[in-house]
Design a protein around this ligand. Structure first.
Ligand code: PLP
Length: 366
């Protein structure tokens, strides 16, 4: 019953009565950076245990009011997604939005939140892109970054899964993630902090994981590194991932490897796409544990030739230097290596529509 009502939900479109002018928008799109420029609209859907999913709208982006006792502010039931819409000659295209819809449900399950039906997730994203299509930058590095998220809005201080939630999608015009192009980044290997423990929330895309990673990231910055890289919580040996990106290693026999999804690593859509594209190209791509000791030894011996981080926001980012207590090595002279470059180009070409899409990853929006 609830399911039927949900599936027939359509988004009521209430156009923003005071959108920015074309000139104001053009100004903002000259150098939007990442996560600073927001569009005229947002998608919003409410959930309550009584009514299920209801009140689906595309409306003017505006502040949300919350009671101080809204349970997300106390117990952090919050999850999110990140995906991009790219400009096409006619309209726009989404990259693997179905994978984000599935992961959003998985994250909701882990945080004891209601699972947004995948079709509703997809409709919210499509409808918002259509409303704000003029906000996709023209230049080739530009995209509309979509940020679906959901949080507990019930006014109650008892500790239990909330009975009311807000689901919202915002859109943000973005340029290059790292200014100056894909420069190699430096990593700090933290021995002090871990990101995720077995049985914890490491595989869920939730704000809480990020809150817990910020002290480690700040520590990395204070030591002159760009990003933190986490080791596993149980043995403090096995490389897991960065604060918000998965990691790949490239070897001298042409193969690549990434840590396996064992519940403590976020299952990245970019990670999965790279594994698939590599195998398509005849590159041996393994999912296997890799220790920090081995990484340092392989970098020294030349067995490891490149390393890169990956995620929707920055796509593929070369790793040039790794530092930590008793650790300091560089990779490929801190330059972008050929395999990293080739994988990045193969992925971007599908996303941008300049290469065939054999896996049906791209959804065109007319
Ligand atoms: C979102 C995220 C990633 C990358 O996932 P993509 O789907 O490729 O964007 C990696 N690690 C963490 C912790 C993340 O939150």
């Amino acid at each position: 019953m609830t399911q039927d009502v949900t599936m027939s939900l359509t988004f009521v479109v209430e156009p923003n009565a005071h959108p920015l002018s074309a000139a104001q928008r053009a100004d903002l799109l000259v150098d939007p950076g990442f996560g600073r420029v927001f569009t005229d609209h947002m998608a919003i859907v409410r959930y309550s245990t009584d009514k299920g999913w209801h009140d689906a709208r595309i409306t003017a982006r505006s502040p949300v009011t919350l009671e101080p006792a809204a349970s997300v502010l106390h117990y952090a039931q919050e999850i999110f997604e990140g995906l991009k819409a790219y400009r096409r000659p006619q309209g726009a295209a989404l990259f693997r939005p179905d994978a984000n819809a599935r992961r959003f449900r998985a994250s909701a399950r882990r945080l004891a939140m209601p699972e947004l039906p995948e079709e509703l997730f997809l409709e919210s994203v499509r409808a918002l892109v259509k409303a704000d299509i003029d906000w996709i930058p023209q230049d080739e590095d530009g995209a509309l970054y979509l940020r679906p998220f959901m949080f507990a809005s019930e006014v109650f201080l008892g500790v239990k899964p909330a009975s009311e939630y807000l689901y919202i999608v915002m859109a943000s015009s973005v340029g290059r993630y790292f200014k100056g192009g894909p420069r190699a980044v430096s990593l700090w290997v933290t021995r002090e902090y871990t990101r995720a423990a077995p049985g914890g929330t490491g595989a869920a895309k939730c704000g809480g994981n990020y809150a817990a990673s910020l002290a480690a990231q700040a520590d990395a910055i204070s030591r002159g590194c760009d990003q933190v890289v986490f080791l596993d919580a149980a043995e403090r040996r096995w490389i897991e991932e960065l604060g918000g990106m998965n990691i790949f290693f490239v070897f001298d026999d042409g193969s690549i490897a990434t840590p396996p999804l064992d519940g403590t690593i976020l299952p990245g859509v970019t990670r999965d796409s790279i594994l698939t594209l590599a195998r398509d190209a005849g590159i041996a791509a393994r999912e296997e544990r890799y220790s920090i000791e081995q990484w340092q030894a392989d970098a020294a011996s030349g067995r490891l030739t490149e390393a890169f981080a990956c995620g929707t926001a920055a796509v593929v980012t070369p790793i040039g230097r790794v530092q930590g207590e008793g650790i300091d090595f560089t990779i490929n002279g801190e330059r972008v290596g050929p395999t990293t470059q080739r994988i990045r180009e193969a992925l971007v070409a599908i996303q941008r529509g300049t290469a065939p899409d054999p896996h049906d990853w791209v959804e065109e929006l007319a």
